[in-house]
Design a protein around this ligand. Sequence first.
Ligand SMILES: Cc1ncc(COP(=O)(O)O)c(C=O)c1O
Length: 448
Amino acid sequence: MKITLESSSKKFKETFKKSGELTEQCQGIIPGGFSRRTFFYGPHAVFVERGDGAYIYTADGKKLLDMNNNYNVNILGHNHPNVTKALMEAIPKSYSFGNPNMDLENQLAKILVDRIDSIEKIKFSCSASESCHSAARLARGYTGKTKIAKMEGGYHGFTDTFEISAHPSPDRFPGPAERPIALPDTAGIPQNIIDNLVILKQNDLAACEKVLRENAHDLAAVFLELQSGAGGLVVLDKEFVTGIRAITEELGILLVIDETVTLRAGYGGLQGIYGVKPDITVMGKMIGGGIPIGAIGGSAEVFSVVDNDQVQISGTHHGHPLSMVGGIATMNTLTKEVFAELDKKSSRIINEVNTWAQSKNYPFMMYGGYGACIAYAFTDEPGREIKTHRDYWSYADEEKLQIYALEIATRGFFPVHRGQFSLSVPMTDDEITAFIETTKDIVDGILK
Ligand SMILES: Cc1ncc(COP(=O)(O)O)c(C=O)c1O
């Protein structure tokens, strides 16, 4: 049967009726009914009651395979015994101190320093937005320069400096692709902040080099994600990243790699797989094991201005004991073998779905896959390549994407509704098989 936006929305509202009621009920006080704006999901959010292993249990009494995982936080799924045990042991000792809580911070810092080649020093915060903000301050403090460059379609949190040109809309791509114009994604960002941001085109080294050379005198740092997430999934080519590293080094601009999501890709993060060494790395999400966290790491040289207090970064909950405990337990569970297993699962999904879609000549594909973060797209024609944010939004069919997201949620799989999936370690081969078969059935229903 043909699946349409109307049929999938109707089914979604029926399946998650209680969630619809809760959305309405909570709207009186909290704008939208809840604080996490990105969980608006077509007609309404899906309210969750609890999670366990690879599953969430919704307020509507449904059990869904969690393929969102709080936007990639829950690499070990929910309620992992190692993490839960560590947190349960920590809580009775109390959990809010200004004092350093034993050597917990040092333990987590040491794990990250041991795994990630480019990192010698670390500072923790409560979110990756804060850490991107701190990384910008550190880069400015270290270089004495003001401007920051980022990719169009790159997401680095919701602060004023960065909630710009993460989601330019397809009908309003500002400026030529080689030289995008900074476009705020929200009202309330002062013009002087927008003026201090330089926007770059993903995967176009010649275009980036021109813009970087012109602005070198003012540029403190280039921020990038090796595989972008919230702004739309684009994988940066290794040659492009190596080129940006060489140019930034030559021009005295710091390179900041935001690994908030991509640290999931392997033991040494995605930078380890690319073999590239940034000056500063931003981390977050999984390194707190589900408890709020952010971190910046980098060379001792760059951190010298933090060591001597020239650049100040400190907040009430920074280095929170529960984030440290959750993070230590999570990272210790994530051995090289565990990363390899997770990688196998995402490769299997991408290969099987794409082979099937190609056999049917369908304009549908899955791509990405680093860190078991997979993008899916209905495009204008089969075999499209996505190299930039503009490619994605020029070729992707948003309505079909929405239909798929609504439909698959009603069939027991909860995705990132804007076209992505995030896997977790506890997912079994049978669950992956069920997901692949359900995807085929839905794509058939949309495209046939
Ligand atoms: C690459 C990247 N950087 C920064 C952030 C901001 O993280 P947080 O929501 O923890 O502030 C995100 C969140 O999705 C992200 O994906």
